[in-house]
Design a protein around this ligand. Structure first.
Ligand code: NDP
Length: 237
């Protein structure tokens, strides 16, 4: 523990689920944390109080608001881009505006946030985005647009790793499989089907994803960049 003492970290989308576990873990490692949220003000306040971090309402779908907020943070050591949404349904009938909103949050926001943070980031910094195993494998119908957004992040980390490598800044994509959160509850209607694809037949815990993020954010991970880190119980194996 305490591998991130005095590091300045920003987590986008930290109020619930995987993001909240990342806030808890980075805080336990000694980082000085700010996190954003969109709608869950109560959960955000409780988490900020328990981790001595700052919670700020910034909707990732509002590009200019998001980048202005990141600019206002000054030089970061660590940026974790976790905020994301899942829209499922028949692509022939999904509303185009709803699909575009997901693309705004899952793709445009990560790109513009990473670039804005990189302008001021300290040498040796860390940019970590939460993608999905669905960037590699989409074994069910009804999630083509979601899979599109998570595949897009793979190219983003490859390219940004090269753009920022000279400064020792690493850029990585953590790709969870099913994780027990509000987005994908372990008791949800698709659990049995999802577990049937997996080597470890259970949902992951948010804390398991946070542990990988903490490692990638830490001092031992300076040679890991431009890479996809799948943590999925063998969903994509
Ligand atoms: P949850 O829905 O449980 O939590 C989402 C978090 O992101 C919340 O803190 C939420 O804030 C925040 N968020 C959502 N939209 C916005 C926005 N527009 N602006 C700012 N913050 C926002 O999701 P998970 O924890 O399950 O997922 C987190 C990430 O992990 C996502 O990128 C998701 O795609 C990915 N993932 C999840 C998997 C799973 O099985 N759970 C599997 C693979 C990937 P608020 O509470 O304020 O709404």
């Amino acid at each position: 523990m305490n591998t991130l003492t005095a590091k300045k970290a920003l987590v986008l989308g930290g109020s619930r689920g995987i993001g909240a576990a990342i806030v808890n873990r980075l805080s336990a490692e000694g980082a000085y944390l700010t996190f954003t949220y969109a709608g869950s003000a109560q959960a955000a306040k409780a988490l900020a109080d328990s981790t001595a971090s700052q919670a700020v309402q910034v909707d990732s779908s509002e590009r200019d608001q998001l980048t202005a907020f990141i600019d206002s943070q000054g030089p970061l050591d660590i940026l974790v881009i976790n905020a994301g949404t899942l829209l499922m349904g028949d692509p022939l009938t999904l509303a185009a505006d709803d699909v575009d909103r997901m693309i705004d949050i899952n793709v445009r926001a990560p790109y513009h946030a990473a670039v804005a943070a990189a302008r001021q980031m300290k040498d040796g910094g860390r940019i970590i985005v939460i993608g999905s195993v669905n960037g590699d494998r989409m074994p069910m119908a009804g999630a083509s647009a979601y899979a599109l957004t998570k595949s897009a992040l793979q190219g983003m980390v490859r390219g940004l790793a090269r753009d920022l490598g000279e400064r020792g800044i690493t850029v990585n994509n953590v790709q969870p499989g099913p994780v027990d959160t509000d987005m994908n509850p372990a008791e949800g209607p698709f659990s049995e089907l999802m577990h049937s694809f997996m080597a470890i037949k259970r949902h992951g815990k948010p804390e398991e994803i946070a542990a990988l993020v903490a490692f990638l954010a830490g001092p031992e991970a300076g040679y890991i960049t431009g890479a996809q880190h799948t943590i999925d119980g063998g969903f994509g194996a």
